[in-house]
Design a binder for this molecule. Structure first.
Ligand code: NDP
Ligand code: DGY
Length: 328
């Protein structure tokens, strides 16, 4: 573990973009202990590292629960996560203890929407299969019936969770000639009119969509939302894409739907667990494209996320405004 700086104690659970580290180390308000690795901090080291901390800067792979809060002790004022998703934080416990939370909405919306569209197209038009065939000699000639997929033109797209990212995905998909844009969620959205979005029940969305994109947050209500019953209502020609959180999907049921021909294909940027073991059944399927949770992975986005998470942390430490505070 590497220590830089002084004053209030901060534990940073991983190497983060230098834009963030620079803000923390030059602020003159905190002493930073860094888990100086690109790999996750082992649980025992996390529990040790947070002891006496006034602030924790964590990642989506760190489970911040009562045990971690107890280990940190009464000094803890702020938890800043380098993510927009906060399902890894025990929000009720955090709230009970009066600890503030910072997160990184908006700054990663474009990058994540862009990646989701790329994944949808790669899955629907079978890009990884095509690349593989070029390399392995399977490309014998131009063939009328070979490597055909599904196009967006004239299609119905269903977005589950038309929030910041869901809306950005919808905006990017409409110019491909999408005919209908359906969305589901807890509430209808005023800005849905920008994409001619129709607020429908989940059942309607699932049964009428040619492409289903999951972009909701992971909550007790959305956990396991995409299960056997869900896939059984999808069209046999439909493509399923998830860039929210792996736990929204029941992966055994997805495997069954993909192998039985219940649905055409799936593209996943998120899985359970992460990383997905290399011998996982989903990785044996040609009609399943799995990416390693890279939705927000552009250099500039990660730099801005780093800076924002550092500014959030400083705001929490000093008891001032945080640029992006989670209100609960
Ligand atoms: P938002 O809060 O703006 O959007 C979340 C959406 O989820 C809201 O529209 C909300 O709808 C919807 N939602 C909540 N509960 C349900 C439900 N029961 N059924 C359907 N929809 C529901 O967050 P963002 O768009 O910024 O981010 C969304 C998620 O994307 C994050 O929580 C994170 O998990 C994931 N993410 C993944 C990334 C990646 O790298 N793959 C990158 C960034 C984010 P309503 O308002 O009606 O409740
Ligand atoms: C998030 O921010 O929640 C993503 O999953 C990673 O950027």
């Amino acid at each position: 573990m590497q220590t830089v700086g002084k004053l209030m104690k901060v534990f940073v659970t991983r190497r983060i973009p230098q834009e963030g580290m620079k803000i923390l180390t030059t602020a003159g308000v905190c002493e930073v202990s860094l888990w100086d690795s690109d790999e996750p901090v082992p649980r025992a080291d996390l529990l040790k590292g947070v002891q006496g901390a006034h602030g924790i800067l964590c990642l989506l792979s760190d489970k911040i629960d009562a045990e971690v809060l107890d280990a940190a002790g009464p000094n803890l004022k702020v938890i800043s996560t380098l993510s927009v998703g906060f399902d890894h934080l025990a929000i009720d416990e955090i709230k009970k203890r009066g600890i503030r939370v910072g997160y990184t909405p908006d700054v990663l919306t474009d990058a994540t929407a862009e990646l989701t569209v790329a994944l949808l197209l790669a899955t629907a038009r079978r890009l990884p299969e095509g690349v593989e065939e070029v390399k392995n000699g399977g490309w014998s000639s131009w063939k009328p019936l070979w490597l055909c997929g599904y196009g967006l033109s004239g299609s119905t797209v269903g977005v589950i969770g038309l929030g910041r990212i869901g809306m950005a995905i919808a905006r990017r998909l409409m110019p491909f000639g999408v005919k209908r844009l359906l969305y589901s969620g807890r509430t209808a959205k005023a800005n849905a009119a920008d994409v001619n979005g129709e607020f429908v029940s989940l059942d309607t969305l699932v049964s009428e969509s040619d492409f289903i994109v999951v972009s909701c947050s992971l909550t007790p209500e959305t956990q396991g939302l995409c299960d056997k019953a869900f896939f059984s209502k999808m069209k046999n020609t439909a493509v399923f894409v998830n860039s929210s959180r792996g736990a929204v999907v029941n992966q055994e049921d997805l495997y069954e739907a993909l192998t039985s021909g219940q649905i055409a294909a799936a593209g996943l940027d998120v899985t359970t667990p992460e990383p997905l073991p290399t011998n996982h059944p989903l990785l044996t399927l040609k009609n399943c494209v799995v990416l390693p949770h890279i939705g927000s992975a552009t250099y500039s986005t990660r730099g801005v996320m780093g800076a924002l998470s550092a500014q959030n942390l400083l705001g929490g430490l000093q008891g001032t405004d945080m640029p992006s505070e989670l209100t609960f």
